[in-house]
Design a protein around this ligand. Structure first.
Ligand code: PMV
Length: 336
């Protein structure tokens, strides 16, 4: 099944012949507590396993879209025009090809992100989710959230979870067409939960998660253990959410991230996203824990760590990580 077939199925009976002048939408970025690592179908981004994330409140992407009369799409990111020959613009244009009402339709797409772009901070997740939400408004499709999640998944797997705030489970599904592989919003609220972004300065050119996943699935001996790890971790995380057991939540998330990175490290050629500073920061987290401060980390396809803690630990953590960028996943429930 091709991406375009999925889009046709979802938009059956919907029209994109009447566009509003312009539409705008926001989508939060999300951090996985149980990671998505490996695809069973790379064309329509069907995952090998389920995953579970937390969205980052007001941290994400705001995308404005309109149809324009031009030869090429016009794309800006944080007000900077993006050259149409860049990999970023090509990926976006290929995604937009799925939705153009006529072959000559072109778009102006302006995206503002208040998180660092392409630093393993899930900028593609919020980027594709915001784009799909903006298209839904532009053409007044009024799709249900699950359909929006499937469309976002076609842009980037983790984008399927950025349609909602709060905790989100992305179910792997079993159907070949993937209509059962979408996000599901979980009801638990955790107002005291904090995510701290510990950003490391790195000049290294990142290896895309797409390439790294493929290499891991194809060459890592350890990958066969990953689906079992996910099954156990998903269950443990859901239990931790139900009982509001922060230590369990943190332990499972940290161990899950380390296990994912272990599968990558055993791929060939090896994939190592950590820098020496990443490992040093991990040791600082473990030292804080040894001193009784409940803080855990998770790490995605980049060298940065995301710290997980509760509001009452913030001051102690900031003494060790003064540059920490604080995110409130449940922002309406007060600051701090
Ligand atoms: O959605 P992608 O293709 O950028 O992959 C995301 C992969 C991880 O961030 C490492 C894990 C995850 O579940 O978000």
């Amino acid at each position: 099944m091709k991406k375009i077939d999925v889009v046709r199925q979802i938009l059956a009976g919907k029209s994109n012949s009447i566009a509003k002048k312009t539409a705008q939408a926001f989508a939060p970025t999300n951090i996985a507590l149980c990671k998505y690592w490996g695809k069973r179908n790379g064309e329509i981004n069907l995952p090998m396993t389920a995953s579970l994330s937390i969205s980052l409140g007001d941290k994400g992407a705001t995308t404005t879209i309109s149809e324009i009369a031009a030869r090429h799409d016009q794309i800006t990111l944080n007000q900077q025009p993006i050259d149409i020959e860049t990999a970023f613009a090509k990926r976006l244009a290929a995604f937009l090809d799925l939705f153009r009402p006529t072959p000559t339709t072109r778009y102006q797409v302006n995206t503002e992100m208040n998180i660092p772009v392409a630093a393993g901070l899930a900028s593609s997740a919020c980027g594709f989710a915001a784009l799909v939400l903006a298209l839904d408004q532009l053409y007044d499709w009024r799709l249900d959230p699950q359909s929006l999640s499937i469309l976002a998944r076609l842009g980037s797997g983790s984008a399927s979870r950025s349609i909602w705030q709060g905790f989100v489970e992305w179910r792997e599904g079993e159907a070949a067409h993937g209509m059962d592989s979408h996000g599901v919003s979980l009801p638990e609220q955790w107002p005291e939960l904090r995510i701290g972004l510990h950003l490391l300065n790195t000049q290294q050119k990142p290896l895309s998660s797409r390439e790294a996943m493929l290499r891991t699935v194809q060459t890592s001996q350890l990958y066969s253990a990953w689906p079992n790890q996910v099954r156990t971790d998903m269950q443990a995380l859901k239990q931790a959410l139900a009982t509001k057991d922060f230590a369990r939540l943190g332990q499972v998330a940290e161990a899950n991230a380390l296990a994912m990175h272990a599968t990558m490290m055993s791929a060939w050629p090896p994939v190592i996203y950590s820098q020496p500073e990443t490992i040093a920061a991990m040791r600082q987290v473990w030292q804080l824990r040894a001193e009784g401060i409940e803080v855990y980390f998770t790490q995605d396809a980049g060298p940065n760590l995301k710290l997980l803690f509760q509001a009452n630990a913030l001051a102690a953590i900031q003494t060790v990580f003064p540059q920490l960028q604080l995110c409130l996943p449940f922002p309406r429930h007060g600051k701090g």
